[in-house]
Design a protein around this ligand. Structure first.
Ligand code: PLP
Length: 436
């Protein structure tokens, strides 16, 4: 796969370089120059394949210039090691559960794939890869668990003291092996600033093989396209040939992966981007003016993004043609009050507990049904996290109905290992060099 930067079409790199750089130096985003389209034969029969088989076929079409078939199959087998079930709540409304991975959120797909791709390339170069990330919660857990035990890699995670939930902290600190957690006495922005400084520090640069696990890395998007194919295959087996997807969106990476699947031939009818009060994109759909703004805090905090980093990719996929974009994508925004009401309604209607992000997607699914849905169309809304990750959002009554997955019960405070540090770059630098 060859990729160009959205800020300069002449800036062309190979897949390996795009993965290790994450972001081009010109601050654009990497986009594939050409996308393969799945064959008509395949598109007419993929409902007969398993999730792993579908993922292998799609992945091979995308990356056959960069990997052998054997290597890719091995990576996909390791990544797609848990299901993405489609759960029918009504005859033509289903929830796609993407939270059955190790961190109970859909970011597991991206993090697991990126870790194996990076390990594959750095093994070739025979050098230990040091991944340095700052996290405010969800991303760090997925990255830590994504790289856990992956040979040739080591992860150092910086997180702000007292600002991640108890489950999230245990997911960061109880891994051991190749995962190290540093608790910074500061904010998330402080953690991010420390990471940025590490990447420009000459001593660290020369002594460690540092990389970021940035959320806009192309290796995170690719595996997220697999579950759109998988859900569509399931829908076909149930007799649907029209499917629309509702995606709870923050940085718009998840929906970008859906559009990637669409551009590879998956005949998605509509995409619906659902946001919380951070409504930069819904506002753009209404006014044709794209005005990024500072984020505001909401109950669905993994979507608190005022300037969605993947939006440029979405526009690029539609060649910046706003009419074309609007014919394919709808976008709706909901308040915290509506989110809480939706959680309650979903429980009452289906006896199903949705996390706040998922509840917003359900609201948008309902709004879309009234506006555009065809008779024989299936609407699929994506559930991006398990509700047990957000206990503070729920009423006592609903919270008591959430059953924690076994892996959550096994998180043991006694195994927590963290290094506590001041918000001080020299201290971090010394520690990284001493513990290299
Ligand atoms: C990251 C995240 C989102 C938003 O996904 P984007 O790809 O950033 O749009 C939604 N829900 C949960 C639970 C998340 O962790």
């Amino acid at each position: 796969m060859k990729l160009y930067s959205t800020n300069n079409a002449d800036n062309i790199v190979g897949f390996q370089e795009a993965v290790f750089q994450s972001l081009p130096k010109d601050k654009g985003l990497y986009m594939p120059i050409e996308l393969p389209v799945m064959s008509e034969d395949w598109l007419n029969s993929f409902e007969n394949f398993s999730f792993q088989e579908i993922a292998k076929d799609v992945c091979y079409e995308l990356l056959k210039d960069d990997f052998s078939k054997e290597d890719l199959d091995k990576i996909v087998d390791e990544v797609i090691s848990f299901p993405a079930p489609l759960n029918f709540l009504e005859k033509d409304l289903a929830v796609l559960e993407l939270f059955h991975g190790p961190s109970f959120a859909f970011k597991d797909f991206g993090a697991r794939f990126m870790s194996r791709v990076m390990a594959h390339f750095s093994k070739k170069e025979d050098q230990l890869l040091d991944v340095l990330v700052a996290t405010s919660g969800d991303t760090g857990g997925a990255v830590a668990l994504g790289f856990l035990g992956v040979e040739g890699t080591r992860v150092t995670i910086l997180y702000p003291k007292g600002k991640v939930s108890p489950i999230q902290e245990l997911q960061l600190t109880t891994n051991g092996k190749n995962i190290r957690a540093i608790e910074i006495d500061g904010t998330f922005d402080d953690c991010q600033a420390l990471v940025k400084q590490a990447f420009v520090d000459e001593d660290l640069q020369s002594q460690l093989n540092l990389t970021s696990a940035n959320s806009i890395n192309i290796a995170r998007l690719i595996p997220q396209s697999f579950y759109y194919f998988e859900a569509f295959a399931h829908a076909k087996r149930e007799g649907f040939d029209k499917v629309s997807f509702v995606v709870p969106s923050g940085n718009f990476g998840n929906i970008t992966a859906g559009i990637l699947a669409y551009k590879m031939g998956l005949k998605v009818k509509h995409f619906i981007a659902a946001t919380n009060a951070n409504d930069t994109v819904p506002h753009f759909f209404e006014t044709n003016e794209y005005q990024p703004k500072p984020s505001v805090q909401t109950l669905s905090n993994a979507m608190d993004v005022g300037s969605p980093s993947n939006w440029v990719r979405v526009m690029e996929f539609f060649e910046n043609d706003v009419d074309d974009l609007k014919s394919k994508i709808e976008s709706f925004s909901y308040s915290d009050k509506e989110t809480v009401e939706a959680i309650k309604q979903i429980d009452e209607k289906y006896n199903y507990i949705a996390c706040p992000h998922t509840a917003i997607a359900w609201k948008a699914a309902k709004e879309y049904e009234l506006k555009k849905k065809d008779d024989k169309e299936l609407v699929v809304f994506l559930s991006t996290a398990h509700p047990c990750k957000f206990p503070e959002v729920f009423s006592e009554e609903i919270r008591s109905k959430i059953s924690n997955p076994d892996a959550v019960k096994e998180l043991d405070e006694n195994n927590s290992q963290k290094v506590a540090m001041e918000n001080n770059f020299e201290e971090l630098k010394l520690w990284l060099l001493d513990n290299a």
